[in-house]
Unconditional design. Structure first.
Length: 278
């Protein structure tokens, strides 16, 4: 089967990798063919390191990369599954999906990798069915995928998305209701928000908060998770929940300061945080 991924950054290239590794043709798109090729080259360099460490064979890497195609947008016309991983902004996502609605074959399924936005709103006015397929970062190693039903999502579309994610080696949970944050982020968000306020109000350090969580059995502390996800993404989600769920989700002052200074975690330069030893 053929999957087309729009957005070739960390999430998009990771999704392309997991589908290509299972033998699917993965079309990867960015703002231009040249940009998408740069992301593919970056993935190739990362996989080369795994070969050097003995974690993958060169043959497996060659086969995987051969399944990732960088082509013009028109090549997605016969794709079976379209996954958008563009900016976490409803207008941006809807603009792309409306364009693809005219380009893709009628039986194609549209999926969004959004972590919080409404699947129902995203699909309004489209001819193609839309469903949420929320992968987690880093995609190759994180096993969970949330499949999110919009108000108009059929059982058939849900089953298709679930089967496709499972074939990519993922464990799937189905969010039966389209609510902000779905399942996983609704569990994690209050922890991140409250821990941010512990930094604001109580003077605890992010490293100490993370260490306390990790020594209580968590693989990653909430502050390091925010660094890894991106302070911008985390803050956007909290703003969205603040607007649509409860005032309690307002981002902490510490997060607002980092965002204002464009210190977004691992995607930008370090801002003094050190990785907490397990």
């Amino acid at each position: 089967m053929k999957v087309a991924i729009f957005g070739a950054g960390t999430m998009g290239s990771g999704i392309a990798q997991v589908f290509a590794a299972k033998g699917h043709t993965a079309l990867m798109y960015a703002s231009s063919v040249a940009s998408a090729q740069k992301h593919k080259d970056k993935l190739a360099a990362s996989l080369a390191k795994r070969v050097a460490k003995g974690k993958m064979t060169q043959e497996a890497v060659d086969a995987l990369l051969a399944n990732i195609l960088v082509e013009e947008k028109s090549a997605c016309a016969d794709a079976d599954l379209i996954i958008e991983c563009v900016k976490e902004d409803m207008a941006t996502k809807k603009e792309l999906l409306c364009e693809l609605d005219e380009l893709c074959k009628p039986e194609a399924i549209f999926a969004s990798n959004t972590s919080s936005l409404s699947i129902t709103e995203m699909g309004n006015g489209l001819k193609h069915p839309v469903i949420g397929m929320h992968f987690f970062n880093p995609v190759p190693s994180m096993k969970l995928v949330e499949v999110i039903r919009g108000d108009a999502t059929s059982d058939e579309t849900t089953a298709f998305a679930k089967a496709y994610a499972e074939h990519a080696g993922k464990t799937v949970v189905v969010a039966q209701k389209d609510r902000p944050g779905f399942i996983a982020n609704r569990i994690v968000a209050p922890v991140v928000v409250y821990n941010g306020r512990m930094v604001d109000r109580d003077g605890f350090t992010p490293a100490d908060i993370d260490l306390s969580m990790m020594k209580n059995g968590q693989k990653m502390g909430p502050m390091e998770l925010a660094d890894f996800t991106g302070v911008d993404v985390t803050s956007f989600c909290q703003d969205y929940y603040h607007e649509h769920l409860s005032p309690e989700y307002e981002p902490s002052n510490a997060a607002k300061k980092l965002l204002a200074e464009h210190k977004l975690g691992k995607k930008t330069t370090t801002h003094g945080r050190k990785k907490v030893a397990p």
